[in-house]
Design a protein around this ligand. Sequence first.
Ligand SMILES: [Fe+2]
Length: 276
Amino acid sequence: MLKPVGLINGHYECRSLDETLPIFTDLLALEVMERKEKEAIVKHPNTEWRLIVHEGGPNAANKPHSNHYGFRVGTSKEIPKAYEYLSDHKAQYKLKSVTKPHEAHFAYSVYFKEPGGNDLEIEYYNPAAIKQGRTIAAPHWKEPLTEEQFPGRGYIPQAMTHGTLNCDDKPTNDRFLEEVLGFKMVGGGRTSTYIRHPDTPWYIVVLPTTRREYLSPANRFTLKVASPEEVEDAHQGFSKNGKQIGIHELWDMEEENGRAFFIFSDISKNWWEVTS
Ligand SMILES: [Fe+2]
């Protein structure tokens, strides 16, 4: 089993960085940490989880709705404001659609489609849900961003809270996530699973579905382990026992600026990276 010390990155494929980066900075309060020709790293000031954005070109596929990332605001009244702002700026940012505010259990959200082929979510999550054992309602920020830091929109994304994946069979996938990847289940029920690393609040929602649209490796999550030796050990373990434990595809070990890593797809054909 992997012993991850963190869920550190998401990898996200878009079509054009010039079109998609303004979505992150202007609509979701992220900052561009690094920009190369075909790749950029973005991050919310309140969330250590980084998104590595890959430019896939005009033919990059549309990703399923259930591969969205979610950003949380502090109050429910910001959701209709976000809807209004996104609708008013739909043409400017080439948004394909903006859904009307949608209420479900403790969440209140708007979803929109960015021109790079991805759905994104702005949500409010009622903190009272924590009393009912919903760990994901726990605070995702210490110092909220202020109106001065993100002025004029009527809403302030305060953190990047979650990513989303599909799976085929929930019990099989849950077992894989716990026993092979070393994740902690932090909620969910018959139709969803929530996983996260115990040290950090961000989480991944996994939803079983019968009609899968498989993602490419440019859409993956990165797990950090304690040392380069552990990366090597994990790779050796997966090479030896991968078939039995549910590794679908395993790529070779790679090295980049002294960092060892490898990429693999799991029992539900979702992609991951292990690094140190
Ligand atoms: Fe969501």
